[in-house]
Design a protein around this ligand. Structure first.
Ligand SMILES: [Zn+2]
Length: 122
C-alpha cells in the first residue's frame, strides 16, 4: 500500500519574496510603505520587512544597574503576510507582479513584466 503523503501545516514553500528585496506594502496599517526584506519565512508564508509592522515590546528592567540599558520599549518589525507585499523591481523601480522564467541554462529567475528583465541581478 502506498503511503499517503502527510499534509503538514507549514510545509516550506518557496516565496516570491527573498531576503534583501525591496518591497511595497499593499495592505494593513503600513500600506504604501517601502522597505527591505530582512527575513523571508517561507514556512509561514510571511516576511519581515524593515520598518514595517513595527511592534513595541515593553522590556522590563531586570538584573543589576549595568544591564539596565536593555530596559524600555524595544521596537522591532513583526512578520507580515507575504501576499501583502509586492516586490519592487530594482531595474525600473516599479512594484511588479513577479513572474518566473527559465533561462536557457535551466536556471529559474524572477522576471519583471514592466521592464522585461530579470529581477535577480547577479
Ligand atoms: Zn522592472
Amino acid at each position: 500500500m502506498r503511503r499517503q503523503p502527510e499534509k503538514k501545516r507549514g510545509t516550506p514553500k518557496s516565496l516570491f519574496v527573498h531576503k534583501g528585496d525591496q518591497v511595497v506594502v499593499l495592505s494593513g496599517k503600513d500600506v504604501g510603505k517601502r522597505g527591505k526584506v530582512l527575513r523571508a519565512l517561507p514556512r509561514e508564508n510571511k516576511v519581515i520587512v524593515e520598518g514595517v509592522n513595527i511592534v513595541k515590546r515593553h522590556q522590563k528592567p531586570r538584573g543589576q544597574v549595568i544591564t539596565k540599558i536593555q530596559a524600555g520599549i524595544i521596537e522591532k518589525p513583526a512578520p507580515i503576510w507575504a501576499s501583502k507585499v509586492m516586490v519592487i523591481c530594482p531595474g525600473c523601480d516599479e512594484p511588479s507582479r513577479v513572474q518566473h522564467r527559465f533561462l536557457e541554462s535551466g536556471e529559474k529567475v524572477r522576471w519583471c513584466r514592466a521592464c522585461n528583465s530579470p529581477i535577480d541581478q547577479k
